[in-house]
Write a protein that binds this ligand. Sequence first.
Ligand code: ADP
Ligand code: GLC
Length: 479
Amino acid sequence: MRVLHVCAELFPLLKTGGLADVTGALPLALAQQGCDVRVLLPGFPAILNGLDIQGEVATLNSMAGPIKLLFGHTSTGIAAYVIDSPHCFDRPGSPYLDVGQQPYSDNHLRFALLGWVAAQLASGADPFWQAELVHAHDWHAGLVPAYLVAAGRPAKSVFTVHNLAYQGLFPLAAFASLALPPEYFSVEGLEFHGKISFMKAGLYFCDQISTVSPRYAQEITHDEQGCGLDGLLRTRSADLSGILNGVDEQVWHPHTDPLIAAHYSVDKTQGKAKCKQDVQLRMGLAQVTDQPLFAVVSRLTEQKGLHLVLAALDEITSRGGQFVLLGGGDTQLEDAFKAAAAANPEQIAVQIGYDEACSHRLMAAADVLLVPSRFEPCGLTQLYALKYGALPLVRRVGGLADTVVDCSLENLADESATGFVFDDFSVAGLSQGLRRAFILWQRTKDWKTVRRTAMQVDYGWAAAARQYADLYQKMLLTK
Ligand code: ADP
Ligand code: GLC
């Protein structure tokens, strides 16, 4: 099976969130299942510089001007096509926003290129490798299925929703530049309240829709989490499935992680105490061993519910616990967390910004990882936390609900518990979860049992890769 994955970011080349972790790991896990996988990426400088480029595949005249299609490999061994178009991708700022934090005015063209080139690759642009199935990720690659249909369906398509809240909406005026059939701008197409929606294009034109947890697959068919697309998702429910993300154990494993102070494992956990000490020292917290350390590693956005954590900090500190946060985004939240740390530096530490090494150190140091999201398509940090023996304290929503087993009395009794799950998206809901964490902490033996179960849960990528490979196989068998 020749499968082309299309995405805007990929770890370790370029990462702004969990999407990159997925696209960096899934192709390798699919190769283990016998799939012949390649990826298609935009030529951002970090991607071009990080790839071992082997040569030029084609020069193409696209609707965004002439582009070169290059081919190479990542250091992890993923075969990658990359769109070399400096006028589109070589810019200061982030991949999506300019230096003033505004979306680039031509984002519609920059990301339409991903879809247009994918259709070319399915139609023979590389005479040595032609995709039979194209797997597009999130709105950036949302036009992939539309360009494939416009090209006469040279390949089947899967569209994976990593986050329905980011939709790639553009004004109607942008449509003419996309070189798509005019009739595609319609309710039966990519029109969404008078605008162009890349997300809707993906959902409407693809052969199969997947999302990153079974529960989120259900949630997005309802009004509350459907972001205005629940109606379309309901009509496509026969083609919609949820496949849980995994953990790349080459990158995230406390036994081998080169970024943490000491290694540890289920049977030898002493190293975890050293990791906690290391973080306390680095971040200026008091050196205490008998109190739990709570951590957050997150984008600071509305989705993640961190205003609840801010309001519940007293619940942690008044009981003697410590709190550490690594994150960036909303400047009001950044400032509020910084102020909380300045007022109580022995118990609260905050690092603003993106820092891969620090994210690993916090997972290894923490006793509890907080993820109180309003919604969460899958969530990867709670999976990393399980592996590192930091018990996740999560809201019962999306992938969080699918992956964390609450410390209820029954689950403690049968040793299936792995963390703390609360229901109500409120300070009271989170506070109740925090109180339960402190109660378990007092029962050292139970805490160790739960931690042991958490560290042993298998969320490797093999299970997900098997499900995607089965889906591809079924699709290629049907005409
Ligand atoms: P999302 O993709 O919605 O941000 P996920 O939990 O799926 O949420 O993935 C987040 C990824 O980004 C994880 O790999 C996490 O470790 C990482 N991450 C988030 N914030 C930071 C940060 N400030 N520094 C380093 N890594 C971060
Ligand atoms: C999105 C979601 C997150 C998910 C990630 C990878 O960023 O917000 O829940 O884990 O994609 O699929």
